[in-house]
Design a binder for this molecule. Structure first.
Ligand SMILES: [Zn+2]
Length: 231
């Protein structure tokens, strides 16, 4: 059985550890989507926050096009607030300005969305859809990611550090889609990076699997979406 499993992955927040992550992805020909908050990138890299005693940084805005060349970009809102707490004018700005600015910078249609902190409401789902996104990722896990009941509440299969990652991967072969997500800054030791590389290599070498861009899962016949909008 060839390519019975479509594998998609996405990474949040535009942090500098996406650099070494991308080197690994490129080594094994893996596709990925990066969910960015365009309003949080300053001219140069700047110290963000500390995660497990490691300084996390976002890329400088001038680096973004080069770093993410060849990968799919999605909207993670303009500045990563708790969207469910915003008044409607601010909510509109976060969703629309985030998307518009990414489209201008990357010159690719921005059709995916990832909810900051994973939180969403019916009002949010509606606004995200109306802004032109064709799916929106939550952080809730499901064993049957595709097709989602509501594309604006698209649940991944698992987090990349899930202890059951390999089991979930094998079980996903029954459903046809395996969708994992995470933040590259969560890898704080060399053994975590080695483990990640082993996962990517394992998937790339599995004849039953093929890498896809998340948005291309939605490129169905009769859909208005045209495949390969990502580079
Ligand atoms: Zn985030």
């Amino acid at each position: 059985m060839q390519h019975s499993l479509q594998v998609v992955q996405c990474w949040d927040d535009g942090v500098t550890t996406d650099g070494p992550l991308i080197e690994i992805l490129q080594r094994y020909g893996a596709k990925a989507t990066f969910n960015l908050n365009i309003g949080l990138h300053q001219k140069f890299r700047h110290a963000g926050w500390t995660y497990h005693n490691t300084q996390v940084q976002r890329f400088g805005i001038s680096e973004l096009q080069d770093v993410y060349a060849g990968f799919c970009i999605a909207n993670h809102s303009f500045s990563h607030p708790h969207l469910e707490h915003l008044r409607s004018s601010d909510l509109f700005y976060e969703i629309h300005e985030g998307r518009d600015r990414l489209q201008q910078l990357f010159g690719q249609p921005i059709e995916g969305f990832a909810y900051p902190f994973g939180s969403h409401t019916s009002q949010l789902r509606q606004q995200v859809r109306q802004a032109g996104h064709i799916y929106a990722r939550t952080t809730q896990m499901t064993s049957q990611p595709f097709p989602p009941e509501d594309p604006m509440a698209f649940h991944p299969t698992c987090h990349f550090l899930d202890p059951d990652f390999h089991q979930c991967y094998e079980q996903a072969k029954a459903s046809g889609v395996f969708y994992f997500w995470g933040h590259s800054y969560e890898m704080t030791t060399s053994s975590m990076w080695e483990d990640f590389e082993r996962k990517i290599r394992m998937i790339s070498e599995d004849a039953a699997s093929s890498w896809k861009d998340v948005v291309d899962l939605f490129a169905l016949p009769n859909s208005s979406h045209v495949q390969s909008s990502c580079p």
